[in-house]
Design a binder for this molecule. Structure first.
Ligand SMILES: Cc1cc2nc3c(=O)[nH]c(=O)nc-3n(C[C@H](O)[C@H](O)[C@H](O)COP(=O)(O)OP(=O)(O)OC[C@H]3O[C@@H](n4cnc5c(N)ncnc54)[C@H](O)[C@@H]3O)c2cc1C
Length: 522
């Protein structure tokens, strides 16, 4: 099957849909999405979306908080766009029907989360992403120029004469097909599934980063992975996220003796940036040899159940009452700050290929993402990518040129696609996930990272994921992204943001106040 469109969008989360919303009446828009149309990280986002909309807030303040969380590596121009344009796009969502919780005076109720200096997080109870997805689908579904193909998994970017002309994708029946368009947006979301313990749903396997990398696009900041400190830790249950908004509303971290402990590890206590809380929890569990808990028992039970219905239900399924029980928690991979390098309009280093949302790396998060900034990133940069695509047909846009990097070259190697060349038995995704969790996780050192880098032996000849059997494809994508993370983490001999090296525990601005990129063949 060969499909054609004027605009090709891969994914159906916040970034993809906000881009599609910019393309009303513009030409044929084809959306390919890997699972059901609502599957993806957006639907799981709980705590909310940050925007400087409170009376005591300003874009400058939001910028300062974002830059501080990013630990010296944010791209300030991208952050300025995020915080200055954010309120406008959030207001637009409200105009389109988003039902965020409201304060008594009717204005949006604003929550506070870790490392925010003021209340600025809009939320729809604890299911904010689902509400935003609902509104965006309401907007995009009636657009007569938009076609959506579900269970269509992009497996490679097609580059002809240095220009992206579409993707190959696997259909639901396992057959391979091609979708062509003059411009393609990768909005494939996160890569949490690279790790054994993750808050991300099964579709979050980093496919956009994998296919862009294999096509020759430049990738950046992959060593920076955010581990969320509070995922439900009950044997046999999924690592359901217990949003930071719980701590924002007063929930406390305690050890098995019921003692608060975070001040032992960090002066900012329970609301320190996520990487520091995650490491504090891991160290306390190691120190005591017992589990660590989140407790809301000192808050009013009716408030807890009303404010957090989704989380209450997930705890109930695990046999726990969020309002009264101590809830066992532990860190889990949550967000990869790195991704496909883009400029402020979503352009990548390949002509005709754009990226937005979690798959992209604009540099807004630097070494660590400020809570609730990622929905905002998907919204703002999805809209900007959509607008750029719309302009694209009127005036062709060159690929982004990054200082110090040449642009456009794809570094293709010829030869047979051979991911599992001579390896006989293929590759289990679980093996990659386990290795990444043990060696490229919260605490890293050279020995462990070298084991992670051994993944390269299995990846040497990979030309395209498209030639693999469907059951192998997922593992190959995880392998590609895992290797990009492990390689970048081994390279960076310091600790910063989400990247912590036991053998280099200090931040080293002299050597490492810079971002690292990787392009295939370089
Ligand atoms: C449990 C959880 C809670 C979170 N809470 C918050 C929060 O409160 N606030 C906040 O700001 N952020 C939060 N985040 C992060 C935020 O949800 C994501 O960063 C954001 O939704 C990403 O949007 P996206 O459009 O880039 O990707 P997604 O929403 O993940 O969408 C990606 C889409 O691409 C599709 N796809 C993937 N691979 C392929 C492929 N090969 N071919 C075709 N389609 C493909 C997927 O099926 C999906 O439709 C949370 C994340 C999780 C997991």
């Amino acid at each position: 099957m060969d499909l054609h469109g004027d605009y090709l969008i891969i994914g159906s989360g916040i970034a993809a849909l906000r881009a599609a919303a910019s393309l009303g009446g513009a030409g044929d828009v084809l959306i390919l999405t890997k699972g059901g149309r609502r599957e993806g990280n957006t639907g799981y986002a709980q705590g909310g979306i940050a925007a400087a909309m409170g009376a005591d807030d300003s874009p400058a303040r939001h910028l300062a908080d974002t830059m501080a969380a990013g630990d010296g590596l944010c791209n300030e121009r991208a952050v300025a766009v995020l915080v200055e344009e954010g309120p406008r796009y959030v207001r637009e969502l409200i105009d389109w029907g988003a039902e965020f919780d409201r304060a008594a005076d009717g204005s949006p109720a604003l929550a506070i989360e870790g490392a925010h200096s003021v209340r600025r997080v809009l939320h729809a109870r604890d299911a904010t992403g689902r509400e935003i997805g609902r509104v965006l689908w309401t907007r995009v579904s009636p657009m007569s120029n938009v076609r959506v193909l579900e269970y269509a998994r992009a497996v490679s970017v097609i580059v002809e004469d240095g220009r992206c002309v579409g993707v190959r994708f696997l259909q639901e029946d396992g057959g391979l097909a091609v979708a062509r368009a003059p411009c393609t947006l990768l909005a494939t979301g996160g890569a949490g599934q690279v790790y054994r313990e993750t808050t991300n749903p099964p579709v979050a396997t980093g496919d956009g980063v994998a296919v862009a990398y294999l096509a020759g696009a430049a990738i950046m900041d992959m060593e920076f992975v955010q581990f969320h400190p509070t995922a439900l830790d009950v044997a046999g249950q999924p690592r359901f996220l217990l949003s930071e908004a719980l701590r924002g509303e007063g929930a406390r971290l305690v050890n098995a003796d019921g003692e608060p402990f975070m001040l032992r590890y960090d002066p900012a206590g329970d609301l320190a940036p996520r990487d520091r809380v995650s490491r504090g929890i891991a160290r306390e569990a190691q120190r005591t040899g017992k589990p660590v808990y989140l407790t809301l028992a000192h808050l009013h039970p009716a408030f807890v159940r009303e404010r957090f219905p989704l989380i209450s239900a997930a705890c109930r399924q695990a046999g726990l009452d969020l309002a009264t029980d101590r809830i066992p928690i532990g860190p889990a991979a949550h967000y990869v700050m790195g991704g496909v390098i883009t400029d402020l309009d979503g352009r990548t280093t390949i002509t005709g290929l754009l990226a937005a949302g979690e798959a992209a790396c604009t540099g807004v998060h630097g070494a660590n993402r400020l809570a609730s900034n990622s929905l905002l990133e998907g919204l703002v940069f999805g809209a900007r990518a959509g607008a750029a695509m719309r302009r694209w047909t009127e005036q062709p846009i060159d690929p982004v040129s990054l200082r110090g990097f040449d642009d456009g070259a794809t570094h293709k190697k010829r030869g047979q696609p051979a991911f599992f060349a001579n390896k006989g038995d293929g590759l289990a995704a679980a093996a990659v996930q386990d290795l990444m969790w043990r060696n490229v996780g919260l605490f890293r050192d050279a020995d462990g990272l070298k084991a992670g880098n051994a993944l390269a032996e299995r990846l040497d000849d990979g030309e395209s994921l498209a030639a693999l059997a469907p059951q192998d494809w997922q593992a190959a994508s995880l392998l590609t992204v895992g290797l990009l993370i492990a390689r970048a983490a081994l390279r960076r001999e310091e600790s910063r943001g989400g990247h912590f090296r036991l053998d280099f525990p200090e931040r080293d601005d002299r050597r490492w106040r810079r971002r690292t990129m990787e392009r295939r063949g370089e």
